[in-house]
Structure formats: structure tokens, C-alpha cells
Design a protein around this ligand. Structure first.
Ligand SMILES: C[S@@+](CC[C@H](N)C(=O)[O-])C[C@H]1O[C@@H](n2cnc3c(N)ncnc32)[C@H](O)[C@@H]1O
Length: 274
């Protein structure tokens, strides 16, 4: 873990890199607008306030929603996250490296799973010229992201206010998931949801863990690389959705009862290996 001084120096260095390499190609508009929109209240506080309100409003959080056992929409409605107070962004030089290594191009349809205020979403569109959709549960992030895309005339970008489990990924060809704080059981639910929809060959980058840790029969791990994040280095994994012939696709919506029903049960069960 880096000291606050080192983190500040890194932020400056990352900004210089982006300003030198991407501002001349027009990215200054997205970058400066995103900074301006969160001057009064930074994205960490926006995120924390939303999740605090959510947690209070819903009381004890459950994985299956409001009594909707077995209903994927019920699960999606919970917005279950194990540590909603954790918010971080991928440094853009790191995002640049990830996009290159993942082989994302203008022909891709990229989904940014848990996009935060949309920094990575806007940058990926700028970098690749692909269609990029950012998904987040924090309405302020989504509303401002869509507003900014409209203002800048960026019609290949869209933001969805949704749980990751409620989104239709059938047209996706690439996914970025920086879900370092997601609980094992949420990741398993997400994999089940994705597996029912993704096309074989979908190029997926994940931070900290590969999806093959959970379902080696559904993904092929192609490579990994240690990359710089603000708090230190983290391994980024590059994999493809590659279901073996006959692999049983786990669609959690069909049988949520075998997953933990409350955050507490998930905590207990999370001690077991995936
Ligand atoms: C660590 S931030 C990543 C931001 C961005 N992808 C990046 O790399 O800079 C994770 C984001 O995921 C969102 N999130 C967490 N759980 C979610 C869920 N179940 N559905 C949708 N978004 C979620 C949080 O609100 C937060 O904004």
C-alpha cells in the first residue's frame, strides 16, 4: 500500500501522461468535464452516500431480493455488495495497457461493469472508438455520465443504472470488471448470469482474480500482467468466454436457494474456496 504522498504523485504523473498523449486528440474535454462535475463532491463521497442510504433503506441485505426466491430480478434488485464504502478508479495509463493487451478495438461492444463516475467508460470509448456501456448502481454517476456523453455528442457511450445481474449482455464482445471488493458469491451469481448470455470468444479483463478461479470450464485464461493501481500493483487477468462443449452453464436465477440468502450467510460461506 502506498503512502498518501506517493498516491498524490502518481495521480499527477498519470494526469501528465494522459494530457501529453491524449489531450491533443480531444480527450481533454471528457477529462476536464469529469473533473469539474465532481469538484464539489468527489466520487468516493457520492458512492459512499448512495450505498449508505441504500443499506439503511433496505435494512438487512439479501441476495435474493424482496422474498423473490429463485428470481434473478430479485437478486439484481438487492445491489448486494460486500463493502459498499470502497470506491477506486483504474488509472488511465493502466486502462490503456489493459485495452491494448485485451485486444479491444473499434469493432467491439464493451461493457464496463461497475463503471463508477465513468472515467474508464469515457476513456475506453476515446481509446478504442468502440461502443461502450458503463453500468453502475449509483444514479448520480449514471445521470451525469449520460448527460456528459450527450453534451459532448458521444453517441457510442451509454450508462445504465442497474445491478450487474440485471443487464442484458447478449451483444457484448468485451467486458471490463474491476470488482476487487465483490464477494465470492456475487461473482458466482454474475458468472452464471454472463454464461447464459455471452458469445463464445468474448474478451474479458478482470482485476485481482481470473474468472477461471470460479469456472475453469467456462473461460480460457490467456495471460495476466501486474499493473499499477493507485494503492499499489495488482494482477490483471485476460480471459475469453470459452464454454467447453457440454459444460453446464450455471444460471443462478433457476436455483438461488443454494446460494446464501443473507449477507451474513454469504460472509460465512465465503470462507470456503470457490
Ligand atoms: C471500484 S469502482 C470501479 C470504477 C471503474 N470501473 C474504474 O475501474 O475506474 C466499482 C463500482 O462498481 C459499482 N458497483 C458495485 N456493485 C455493483 C453492482 N452490484 N451493480 C452495479 N454496480 C456496482 C460501485 O457503485 C462502484 O462505482
Amino acid at each position: 500500500m502506498h503512502s498518501p504522498l506517493r498516491i498524490s504523485m502518481k495521480r499527477v504523473w498519470n494526469w501528465v501522461h494522459i494530457a501529453v498523449h491524449h489531450y491533443p486528440h480531444g480527450y481533454w474535454r471528457q477529462d476536464l468535464w469529469l473533473a469539474a462535475l465532481y469538484l464539489a463532491k468527489n466520487p468516493f463521497r457520492v458512492s459512499r452516500d448512495f450505498w449508505d442510504r441504500e443499506t439503511e433503506a433496505r435494512g438487512k441485505r439479501t441476495l435474493t431480493g424482496d422474498g423473490a426466491g429463485g428470481d434473478p430480478a430479485g437478486a439484481a434488485n438487492t445491489g448486494y455488495t460486500p463493502d459498499p464504502h470502497t470506491y477506486g478508479e483504474t488509472p488511465l495509463p493502466t486502462m490503456e495497457r489493459i485495452a491494448a493487451r485485451a485486444g479491444w478495438t473499434r469493432d467491439d461492444v464493451i461493457y464496463d461493469l461497475g463503471c463508477g463516475r465513468g472515467t474508464t467508460t469515457f476513456f475506453l470509448e476515446h481509446l478504442t472508438k468502440a461502443r461502450v456501456t458503463g453500468i453502475d448502481r449509483v444514479p448520480v454517476f449514471v445521470a451525469r455520465g449520460n448527460g456528459l456523453a450527450r453534451r459532448l455528442g458521444l453517441d457510442r457511450i451509454a450508462f445504465l443504472d442497474a445491478d450487474l445481474l440485471a443487464v442484458d449482455y447478449r451483444n457484448a464482445t468485451a467486458l471490463y470488471y474491476y470488482g476487487t471488493c465483490a464477494h465470492d458469491f456475487y461473482i458466482q451469481l454474475l458468472i452464471g448470469h454472463l454464461a447464459g448470455q455471452l458469445r463464445p470468444g468474448t474478451k474479458i479483463a478482470t482485476v485481482t482474480y481470473p474468472l477461471t478461479n470460479y469456472r475453469p470450464d467456462l473461460f480460457t485464461l490467456e495471460s495476466s500482467e501486474r499493473l499499477d493501481f493507485l494503492w499499489g500493483e495488482s494482477e490483471v487477468y485476460f480471459q475469453r468466454f470459452d464454454p467447453e462443449r457440454g459444460a453446464s452453464v450455471d444460471r443462478p436465477g433457476r436455483d438461488l436457494s443454494r446460494y446464501p440468502q443473507t449477507a451474513e450467510e454469504a460472509e460465512d460461506a465465503g470462507d470456503a474456496d470457490p
